[in-house]
Design a protein around this ligand. Structure first.
Ligand SMILES: [Zn+2]
Length: 296
């Protein structure tokens, strides 16, 4: 029986990894983790992905969304799998990946919420202000509670005796970013190292050093040889495959080329729209272009 390696998209916005669901080789012991699920928020909620890695009875969730409504849908997804949510891993300190965690933690109080120590320290320092700013902008759509994110003692998370590896921290769309590598499924939960079909958050990647750092991170992640790659942000037309690296690299190259010739922020926006087509999260482009160049 041949099985497509492309992820399939259900009508509910939940992406089910077809290759991962069939990743158990007949005759072998069924080791955890066994499969994965992805929830993608709508474009109005940042197109953020949360990825659930499933063992036989337990699960690990990666990233917790921005809005409470999306976090509640992620919690519903966890509940529907029938697994016990043991660990929630946060890839980096941007608010769209952790301000929804209060909702998830309330549904699954026994789950431990963790990050690499450098990420946990940033969340600890930044979260109160992020929450205040986001609630000014979006009101009660943002939870009014914060969850403490505990620093991991080791660069790994265990799921039913199997090791999932924390990669990083290193430069992504922010300087301190991590990904989760699930070797048993050849699954990379890439966080914001990889985007698919949306604008990238370039506001913190304005220097040539940062841009090259992001490319080097992609080199390292690709060398792992993942067969399934879950990006941090996506439009639903993209599957969970290494093609998301190509999209991210094309965007970085286009950004660098446009920055080399644009004279104003307006030029920059125009050139990027020409190079990449109209993409969701155009506000990301406006922020970054305005920071990189004078307006006009
Ligand atoms: Zn993000």
């Amino acid at each position: 029986m041949s099985v497509s390696r492309r992820a399939v998209l259900s009508g509910t916005g939940v992406i089910i990894g077809a290759s991962a669901l069939t990743a158990i080789v007949p005759g072998q012991a069924a080791a955890a983790p066994r499969s994965y699920r992805v929830h993608t928020a709508p474009a109005t909620a940042g197109s953020v992905d949360s990825c659930l890695v499933l063992g036989e009875r337990k699960a690990v969730l990666v990233d917790g969304q921005l809005f409470s409504a999306d976090a509640a849908q992620v919690a519903d997804l966890v509940a529907a799998t029938g697994r016990t949510l043991e660990t929630v891993f946060v890839t980096h300190a941007h608010p769209d990946h952790h301000l929804g965690l209060a909702v998830i933690k309330e549904r699954f109080p026994a789950a431990r919420v963790v990050a690499h120590p450098a990420v946990a320290a940033q969340i600890d320092a930044l979260a109160p202000r992020q929450q205040r700013v986001m609630r000014q902008r979006s009101g009660p759509a943002i939870a009014d509670r914060l969850v403490t994110v505990a620093p991991l003692a080791h660069d790994r998370i265990e799921l039913e005796g199997e090791r999932l590896e924390v990669i990083g921290p290193m430069q992504g769309d922010t300087a301190v970013s991590t990904a989760l590598w699930v070797p048993q499924l050849r699954l990379l939960v890439a966080g914001d190292f990889a985007y698919a079909g949306t604008h990238l958050w370039m506001r913190e990647v304005l220097s040539p050093t940062a841009l090259d750092g992001w490319r080097r991170s992609l080199d390292l992640l690709e060398r792992l040889g993942p067969q399934v790659v879950v990006p941090g942000h996506r439009t639903p037309s993209f599957g969970n495959d290494p093609g998301v690296f190509a999209f991210t690299r094309r965007y970085l190259d286009s950004w660098e080329a446009a920055l080399g010739t644009a004279r104003t922020a307006g030029d920059m926006v125009e050139r990027m729209n020409e190079a990449m087509g109209r993409l969701p999260q155009e506000n990301y482009l406006h922020f970054a272009a305005g920071a990189a160049l004078k307006g006009g």
